[in-house]
Design a protein around this ligand. Structure first.
Ligand code: ATP
Length: 333
């Protein structure tokens, strides 16, 4: 069976773009594949160095996905840190991975470029080994579950290529005893899956143009009202395809509703304010029950922990089988 695996950001600061581009497709995949989704808490440790903050982040990341509809019976949801076999495999894979490969990794190069742009002479300043080694940890996350399908953003295909390369080094050496299946990236290239931010660029935290996923209703309404629009009078025809609120609506309202709004905009007589009301209604209808569920879960952290524990036990069972075969193949244990 194809295992479909993805990492979940251990943080609660998801925005509408993450919901449309990452959460919804992953929940759809759960109906089709055997899905293993993990909270990347040891990855987060590279940036979060405060225990309470990390604990909170792990829970809010998990609660977000559960609130959005992740079914822990159907999907194995677990903490990266609860599967220690991953870190044993990281050590093993490190021994087979050329350092030069890590030097060329995008995230590491980007961090050095930032130093360079800031005029810092030591390009490695502020970069920890966790960031540097991250591609190997990521390969271990995938390979320890023998995952073969991994969704990746279009600018992240290097990760999956690295994993295949690293699996290849192992298979080349030890393949007669044990081989990792080679994972494939599932890339969604369609522009249709990119949600614009309030300024029309891709919605992103770094652009500061995002709308948080679980804004309280009144703040959501305000955020939508504040989306910039031009001063075309109400009665004039408007072009839906260049309108940010309309593009957002297309992701949240059903097809008939979207077609109807398109007609009304093109005909004239529908103002931007009306469009924003439609948008608020659609977004709120979709998110209100999820927001409520999120708040319920966050008020009951023991329940979240319990779900993660149960998932971790299932994930670990699989990881143990793989690590036993790997250990036998390389001659330890
Ligand atoms: P940052 O700006 O800090 O890089 P981000 O807001 O762009 O963060 P990421 O953490 O990079 O969000 O993205 C997490 C996931 O959400 C990825 O799978 C990414 O493809 C998806 N995603 C992020 N922004 C959008 C968007 N505007 N439309 C569709 N998908 C998105």
């Amino acid at each position: 069976a194809n295992i479909y695996l993805t990492g979940i950001k251990p943080t609660g600061d998801f925005h509408l773009g993450n919901y449309i581009g990452a959460i919804k497709p992953a929940l759809a995949a759960a109906r089709e594949y055997d899905t293993y989704y993990f909270i990347a808490d040891y990855h987060a440790l590279n940036t979060i160095k405060d225990a309470d903050e990390l604990r909170h982040s792990i829970r809010s990341g998990a609660a977000t996905w559960l609130a959005c509809g992740l079914d822990p019976e159907q999907t194995v949801i677990y903490r990266q840190s609860s599967v220690p076999e991953t870190f044993e495999l990281t050590t093993i894979l490190s021994a087979l991975t050329p350092k030069g490969l890590m030097n060329r990794a995008h995230a590491y190069k980007a961090a050095r470029d930032r130093n360079n742009e800031a005029g810092i002479t030591d390009l490695d300043a502020g970069i920890n080994m966790g960031l540097y080694n991250y591609p190997i940890l990521m390969a271990a996350d995938i390979l320890i579950m023998e995952a073969t399908r991994v969704p990746v953003g279009r600018d992240q295909s290097q990760h999956i290529e690295y994993t295949a390369d690293i699996a290849g080094y192992f298979n080349h050496r030890f393949g007669s005893a044990y081989s990792f299946p080679l994972p494939k990236g599932v890339i969604d290239d369609s522009d249709a899956s990119i949600l614009p931010g309030v300024d029309g660029r891709k919605m992103s935290k770094s652009y500061d143009n995002h709308i948080p996923l679980f804004l309280p209703e009144n703040k959501l309404k305000k955020a939508i009202r504040r989306i910039p629009t031009d001063s075309t009078p109400v009665e004039d025809p408007k072009d839906p395809d260049t309108s940010v609120p309309f593009q957002l609506l297309a992701h949240f309202a059903d097809e008939d509703r979207v077609a109807d709004v398109r007609k009304r905009l093109e005909a004239g007589g529908m103002g931007w304010g009306d469009l924003k009301n439609e948008l608020f209604e659609a977004v709120n209808a979709e998110l209100a029950p999820k927001r409520a569920r999120y708040e319920e879960l966050m008020a009951e952290p023991a329940r979240i922990d319990e779900i993660l524990e149960a998932g971790s036990a299932r994930a670990r069972e699989r990881a143990r089988e793989v690590i036993d075969r790997v250990r036998a193949a390389i001659g330890v244990g």
